[in-house]
Design a protein around this ligand. Structure first.
Ligand code: FAD
Length: 464
């Protein structure tokens, strides 16, 4: 089968490539290969079962049309400062102008017009003042919040638009390898749900397999000699507090992007993915690794707010397997939780004791992840990461009094794999002719908007 453009992965990066190719009237014959299902067929059974049932062959939360975007909180970060390192490759002005353009497409497909965190009101100034006192930086980032249920509607409309405009989308197509001839990437091999293998040829092969596809892409890069380097992994926790504790920030900013470099290590530690009135959730990777995440609905709210605190880890010679390192931390934590996410109270960590299930019931804050198991996350967390997290939480307490209270919940493992930064130029060409890598799997993005703009940029480069 021969196409102009073969896109692997129907996450935001892949679908915005196809969308922009259509909007530019490129006339290109496009196919998207996606190992999951159409967006309307994706549903997480946990809403009914209350327990993760480890869906096979793939987790519905991260796999299928719109990728990890479908069940995400749908927070579009509208600043080039948030969502990945793509601006380092293409320049911040271009990144910001692509964000503004891509945001207008989300609006066309039904995104809420309201933007959080833009006003220069006295409350934001007060939060910034406290952040400065705490030695933290407050990043300015307007947010458009789609909400989990709205995000699914928007991506459904995009899916129908692509199909109506002639884009072929093959679902349950798991791409297994690249076809490389004469040092040019000519196509890909994919296996369908019955195990039958097919080959798809294209002038341009765009791989956008997301965070879950990062280790597969690393393997492919090694096999086909595509230049890449180990990137950063983030190891951290998901923190949950009562809304009352953090509502001043929720009201004016929706999301507080705080960055600090706490002593003694002075590593970068940051807040990420804040969900006011949200729910802590579990994601399962194909290798059965269970990691924690969070999201929030537009209308259905909990009494809690959750957010991630992440510590970036870079490695030097002789070790260059950051994904494997973070996986080991995750596996160890899963082992202690008998396959479940572990949760511990901040006060218990400071007191050097585990948390017991019955103690959770004594707090104001009740876990929104009901099958999380009370235990001791410090038994699996590396010392450096744990120290960074404790010191960072105590600094955030100056900005948000009560954040470091004894009952604050810490869930683990919260891992973000952005490794394997594929070497690319500003045209998004890799060292293998014909191959382009986009979105979270490329190591250059880590958010919906940044992945989406990389797709738009790819399409523009393909129509030059
Ligand atoms: C629960 C959750 C909440 C989140 N909330 C937010 C948020 O509020 N704001 C934000 O900015 N970001 C959020 N994120 C992150 C965001 O969803 C990702 O950054 C974004 O989706 C990345 O887009 P992508 O296109 O690079 O990859 P993905 O969205 O991961 O899509 C990759 C696609 O490729 C497919 N695929 C993988 N391997 C193969 C293969 N071998 N063959 C065929 N198909 C393959 C996958 O099934 C998937 O559909 C959240 C993520 C999760 C999991």
């Amino acid at each position: 089968m021969k196409y102009d453009v073969v896109i692997v992965g129907a996450g935001p990066a892949g679908i915005f490539t196809a969308l922009e190719l259509i909007r530019k009237n490129s006339g290109k014959k496009i196919i998207i290969l996606e190992k999951g299902l159409p967006v309307e067929k994706r549903s997480c059974p946990k809403q009914k079962t209350k327990q993760c049932v480890q869906c096979k062959p793939y987790c519905h939360i991260t796999t299928g049309f719109s990728g990890a975007g479908a069940f995400s909180d749908g927070k579009l970060s509208l600043s080039y400062e948030v969502g990945g390192e793509l601006p380092e490759l293409i320049g911040w002005q271009q990144a910001q102008s692509l964000i503004d353009y891509t945001d207008s497409i989300y609006l066309e497909f039904g995104a809420d017009e309201h933007i959080e965190g833009v006003s220069n009101d006295p409350f934001i100034k007060e939060i910034r003042k406290r952040a400065i006192q705490a030695g933290l930086r407050l990043v300015d980032c307007p947010i458009r919040h789609l909400g989990t249920e709205k995000a699914q509607h928007i991506y459904y409309s995009i899916q129908e638009y692509l199909l109506a405009n002639g884009v072929e989308i093959e679902f349950s197509a798991n791409c297994t390898d690249l076809i490389v001839e004469d040092e040019v990437c000519r196509g890909v091999r994919a296996v369908d749900s019955h195990g039958a293998e097919r080959e798809y040829f294209g002038d341009d092969i765009v791989v956008a397999t997301g965070r879950r596809g990062a280790d597969w892409l690393e393997k492919i890069c090694i096999e086909h000699d595509v230049e890449h380097r180990p990137g950063t992994v983030d190891i951290g926790v998901r923190v949950e507090v009562r809304n009352e504790i953090i509502e001043d920030v929720n009201k004016v900013l929706y999301e507080s992007k705080l960055i600090g470099y706490p002593k003694p290590f002075k590593n970068k530690v940051r807040t990420f993915c804040q969900n006011p009135g949200g729910f802590v959730s579990q994601e399962n990777y194909d290798n059965n690794l269970a990691v924690v995440n969070g999201h929030s609905y537009k209308d259905y709210k909990s009494t809690n707010t959750n957010l991630a605190i992440l510590c970036s880890h870079n490695f030097n010679q002789p070790f260059n397997q950051p994904i494997a390192y973070a996986q080991k931390v995750g596996e160890l934590t899963n082992m202690l939780g008998a396959g479940h996410i572990l949760v511990q109270r901040f006060g218990d960590i400071l007191d050097g004791k585990r948390t017991w299930q019955k103690e959770l019931a004594q707090s104001n804050v009740k876990p929104t992840l009901p099958d999380a198991v009370a235990g001791d996350i410090t038994a699996a967390m590396p010392y450096r990461a744990m120290t960074n997290i404790i010191n960072f939480i105590q600094a955030v307490d100056i900005v948000v009094p009560g954040f470091a209270s004894p009952e604050t919940l810490l869930y683990s493992p919260e891992l973000k794999f952005y490794s394997n930064r594929v070497r690319m130029d500003e045209n998004l060409d890799t060292s293998l002719r014909g191959l382009h890598c986009l979105g979270d799997s490329s190591g250059w993005t880590r958010g919906l908007m940044m992945a989406s703009i990389m797709g738009v940029l790819m399409a523009r480069n393909l129509t030059k």
